[in-house]
Design a protein around this ligand. Sequence first.
Ligand code: BES
Ligand code: ZN
Length: 476
Amino acid sequence: MSHDTRSGNAPTTQLLLAEIDRAFDASTARLSEFLRIPSVSTDPAFDGETRRCADWLVGQLRELGFVAEAAKTIGHPMVVAHHAGVGPDATKRPRILYYGHYDVQPADPLELWASPPFEPTVVDGPRGKRIVARGAVDDKGQVMGIVEALRAWHTLAGGPPCPVTLMIEGEEESGSRSLEPFLHGAKDRLAADVCVVSDTGMWDIKTPAITTRLRGLVYSEVTIHGPTRDLHSGMYGGAVPNPINVLARVVADLHDAERKVMIPGFYDGVSDVPAETLAQWDSLGFSDAEFLGDIGLTEGFGERGRTTIERTWSRPTCDVNGIFGGYTGKGAKTVIAAHATAKISFRLVSKQDPEKIAAAFEAFVLARLPAGCRAEFERHGTNPAIEVSETSRFLGAADRGLRAVFAKSPLLIGSGGSIPAVGSIGRILGMDSLLVGFGLDDDCVHSPNEKFELECYRNAIGSHAAMLSEFAALSR
Ligand code: BES
Ligand code: ZN
C-alpha cells in the first residue's frame, strides 16, 4: 500500500530507504540502460546518441509524473523537468532545482578498458560490486541517484514533497557553451530556493561530503606555425625555427623550479586560505600514501611548501593536457614539422580573472616566438573558481539527510575540479548551490575503466530521498 502525502502522510526516511533497497536491482538496470547510450558531447560523431540520451532521460522523468522535455539550445538539448510536489502544503515548501549532466567524456584510449566503455558491466571489486562504464560516476550514476530517489518518492507518496525542477545538461564535459544563453531565457521556469548539484565526491566510501569550493578553468589551445611545409631536418635543421622546439620552450618556461607559474599577473586575485580552514583541512586526516599509492606514486609533486590538499583545493595550476606535431609514427623520420600544437589548461582559485589569465598566457607565448613563427589560439571555455556557503539552512538539512543514511555528518571539503554551471547558476539565477556528490577518488573519472561502487549508488539514492524530506521540512 503506498503512503500518500496528499493525505498528509509523508513516508518516513526508514520507509524510503526500505523501498530503495527493494527496488535497487531495477535501479541498477536503469542506470545500465542510461550508460549504454554513448553521449559524448565533444565529438559531433555522437550527436545523434547525445540527443537519444536526452530523450531517454525525459522518458524516465515523465514516468515519475514530471512535465519534462529535451529543450532546444544552441548546442545539445537541455533536459528540463518540473513537478509541483504533492500534498496541500507543497507550495509552502522550498523549491529545489537539481543540476547534473548526461553527457560524458570521450572513452579513448579504448584499448585500456577491461570491458567496452558503453557496455556497462557489474564486476566484483574490493569493496563489493561496482558498475564499470564511461559516465558511471561522472555523471550518469549521480544523476540516477536523484532520479531514483524521486522514483521512491513517486512510489510511496505519488511525487516529491516539494516543488522540484531538474536541469540536466548535455555539454558539461565540453565547456557548457549553451548553458548561459539557456539560463537567461529560462529564469522563470528554473526559479527555486536552492540548487542541488550531484557531480562531486565523498570523503571515503563510508563518509559523505559537501563540497564548498571548486576551482575555475581556462583552457587554451595554441598552435605554433613555422615553415610553410614539413622540411628535411638535414637540409634545413639549424637554419630555421622548429615549431616543436619553440613550443617546448614555451611549455618549459611556464613553471619555475618551485613549481610557481611564471606568467606575469597569474597570481593576481589569489588569496590565502583562512587559518581556520587550513586547520579544518589538517583535521581531515588526508592520506598522501593512499591518494598517491592508488596511481602508482609515492611522492607528491607541486608548489613548494604546500600540502596535497592545498595544492588541489586552493592553489592555481597550469597543465599541458595534450601536445602533438611532427612525426609520431613508428621508427624515425628526419623532419622539421610546419606546426606544433598544445592544449593547455589552468585551474583557477579565489578571484583570479579567467579572461585576464587567457590573455596573459597568449602574451606569454607571443613573447617567446622567434622571427618566422606565428601563434594561433583557440579558447575552449573559461570559468572562475567558486566558493559556496558553509552555513546555509539547506546545508543543515542536507547534513540531517546524510546522517540518516551514513550515521555520520558530511565533511566539508574542497575539490580541484570545475563545474562551470555552479557559477552560472549563481550569477544568472541568483541561487546558491549545494554540492553533494557520491564519487570516490579511485573511480577513474575521465580515465579508462570509470566505475561507480554500487554501495555509493545505493547511498546516493537514499541520501537524495532523505535530503528531500529534510528540505521539505524547511519553510519556503
Ligand atoms: N564531475 C566533474 C568535476 C569534478 C571532478 C568534481 C573531480 C569533483 C572532483 C565534472 O564533470 C568535470 O569533469 N568538469 C570538467 C569541467 C570542464 C570540462 C569545463 C573539469 O573539471 O575538467
Ligand atoms: Zn567530468
